[in-house]
Design a protein around this ligand. Structure first.
Ligand code: ATP
Length: 331
């Protein structure tokens, strides 16, 4: 086992991504990241003692190139003696029917296919090739979409059945590993444009940052996103304890005791309001949170809109969520 394979195995163990007896479905596009995932798993499988299989989606969006990717993945699986599940999709037609972008459609089709394979072929884990560069890109992307501090967690290494064992690796390490193994990979030239926000961040923004902060940027983003993930878990635990200990704060009934809320920090108040809004399927944004939290200091009888025909009123010592019957109240 070489150094990269040892690091890979060590990460899987440390984060408990795979257990003995698991059946791991590797999502392989043929690109460098998922090809590295394939070779790394093939190298450590005797130690992990799990079953391996591969899934490839041919989205038929790039004609012969797409078919070339499929053939490449099939050959690699045959060489490694791995079962290979391939499905072709008419992505353009499906995206028109679903009225979604081709990227979003491909994503949805991909996960639907993987879930189906889990059900039918008893896979217990789905592994993808996301690496630290993808994480940096996601953190920046979330930032520009207006994420809250705790939302900067980036890509999770484990989420339901999905595992991302390459997250601690950089693209540089991945390419070096493939070269060492003598493995090739496929290049998707459509990823090189800048018209989609994600590609713009990947191909335009990140290279400029890296030009100045060469080796610091990706590890810093990795650290921030790890801490944000831990912070999020901590907040979740803290707020659920707080709610349990305080019967005056009843999210399900939409009744929050004003006195109890005022004992809390503004951060805790907003976290509780966020959950109350989410529970009702109402939009959560910083303006709405500020408006509702502001009610705590206003006179009884005052109300503020919470969106989608719902308002929050201060009444009898409680903040109450109630239907106004006015669907034009979308703020
Ligand atoms: N055509 C494909 N067939 C199988 N797996 C794929 C395919 N395309 C992508 N994947 C899997 O998804 C991972 C991420 O790919 P990519 O970065 O293109 O997608 P993304 O949209 O950023 O990811 P996500 O699936 O989280 O939305 C790849 O490393 C690979 O594991």
């Amino acid at each position: 086992m070489n150094r990269t394979e040892k690091k890979f195995l060590e990460n899987i163990r440390r984060q408990q991504l795979v257990s003995h007896g698991d059946a791991v479905l590797l999502a392989v596009s043929g690109g460098p990241d998922s090809m590295a995932l394939l070779h790394l798993f093939a190298a450590v499988v005797p130690v992990l003692r799990c079953r391996l299989g591969v899934a490839h989606c041919n989205f038929t969006l790039r004609g012969e190139e797409s078919d070339g990717d499929e053939a490449f993945v099939r050959d690699a699986c045959a060489e490694l003696g791995l079962e290979c599940h391939v499905r072709r999709f008419d992505t353009t037609a499906v995206s028109a029917a679903w009225k979604k972008s081709t990227e979003e459609t491909a994503r949805l089709l991909r996960y639907e296919f993987f879930d189906e394979l889990c059900r039918e072929s008893a896979f217990t884990r789905i592994a993808t090739g996301h690496h630290s560069g993808d994480n940096a890109e996601t953190v920046l992307f979330n930032l520009f979409r207006g994420a809250a501090a705790s939302g900067l967690h980036g890509i999770r290494s484990k989420h339901g059945k999905i595992i991302r064992p390459l997250l601690p690796f950089t693209r540089r390490e991945i390419v070096a590993y493939l070269e060492e193994k003598g493995s090739g990979w496929r290049v998707d030239y459509t990823n090189e444009g800048v018209e989609h926000d994600r590609n713009f961040i990947r191909n335009r923004v990140i290279p400029v940052i890296e030009e100045r902060f060469a080796l610091k940027f990706t590890p810093s983003m990795q650290r921030i996103s790890e801490q944000a993930g831990e912070l999020e878990a901590f907040i979740e635990q803290h707020i659920s304890r707080l709610l349990k200990a305080n019967p005056g704060l009843d999210l399900a009934a939409g009744k929050l005791h004003v006195g109890a809320m005022r004992q809390l920090s503004i951060f805790e108040q907003k976290e509780i309001l966020k959950r109350a809004l989410k529970l009702r399927g109402l939009p959560v944004d910083s303006q709405a949170l500020g408006r509702i939290a502001g009610l705590l200091d206003r006179q009884a009888g005052r109300s503020v809109p919470a969106g989608a025909g719902v308002e929050v009123v201060k009444q009898d010592g409680f903040l109450r969520f109630r239907q106004t019957g006015d669907p034009s109240n979308h703020r």
